[in-house]
Design a protein around this ligand. Structure first.
Ligand code: HEC
Length: 203
């Protein structure tokens, strides 16, 4: 049997050394990280003439990875001169609508349903039912309103601005417009060949 007095001494010594070492290491980190010169958001400064530490991007800076066609206010807020825009910021192509369908099915359909009726899976599991996107009041809202709803949220609906880039928000709106048109288009808009198929199926 070992005597406890003998075995404890070197053990305690090693602990002491380790803790002193650890202390030194930690103290080293603290000094470096805590003394660096930096500003908190909106801190004033003497360094720049306007007294502000927050800087604007250099004039003429172009955003990367976002759209740069058309008026910036419209592209990023859905508004023109502060009013919700009635028009898209650029022409809608088939590719944009297809991209919109993909994004809508990912981000919106869980609540709004694949066809926009408001019966998505999350709603079936108890989340508040959104209005149908085919309802007259919703259908007649300008595209700028949709952009605002997606960007900033609406009532209990979450904001998607930070998850869905502006170009995809516009694509989603283009697809929502296609969904809405699918229930409003007059029969005259349907090509002859397709019309026959519809006639066969009409209720
Ligand atoms: C988590 C569920 C959920 C998701 C996901 C969701 N919404 Fe909604 N949305 C709602 C609810 C609920 C409302 C009704 C909110 C209220 O009235 O409080 C709503 C309202 C709306 C409205 C109607 C605004 C009005 O003027 O009445 C639009 C348009 C809309 N959403 C579009 C979208 C689009 C586009 C997406 C995808 C980017 C989306 N929503 C994703 C739940 C959702």
């Amino acid at each position: 049997m070992r005597s406890s007095a003998n075995s404890r001494k070197p053990f305690a010594g090693r602990w002491m050394l380790a803790s002193v070492g650890l202390l030194l290491v930690c103290a080293g980190c603290r000094l470096d990280m805590h003394t660096q010169p930096r500003y908190n958001p909106y801190d004033p400064t003497d360094f720049f003439n306007d007294g502000q530490s927050a800087r604007l991007p250099v004039a003429g800076t172009m955003p990367r990875g976002e759209l740069t066609l058309g008026p910036q206010e419209l592209i990023f807020t859905g508004k023109l001169n502060g009013q919700p825009s009635e028009a898209f910021p650029y022409p809608v192509t088939k590719e944009i609508v297809e991209r919109g369908r993909e994004r809508f099915n990912i981000f919106c359909a869980p609540c709004h349903g694949l066809s926009g009726d408001g019966d998505g899976m999350i709603v079936q599991r108890g989340f508040r039912r959104p209005p149908s996107l085919h309802e007259d009041r919703v259908r007649t809202e300008p595209v700028g309103h949709y952009f605002d709803v997606i960007t900033n949220g609406f009532g209990v609906m979450y904001a998607y601005g930070y998850r869905v880039p502006a170009r995809d928000r516009w694509a989603i709106i283009a697809y929502v417009r296609a969904l809405q048109l699918s229930r409003q288009a007059p029969i005259a808009d349907v090509p002859d060949a397709e019309r026959e198929k519809l006639a066969g199926k009409s209720k």
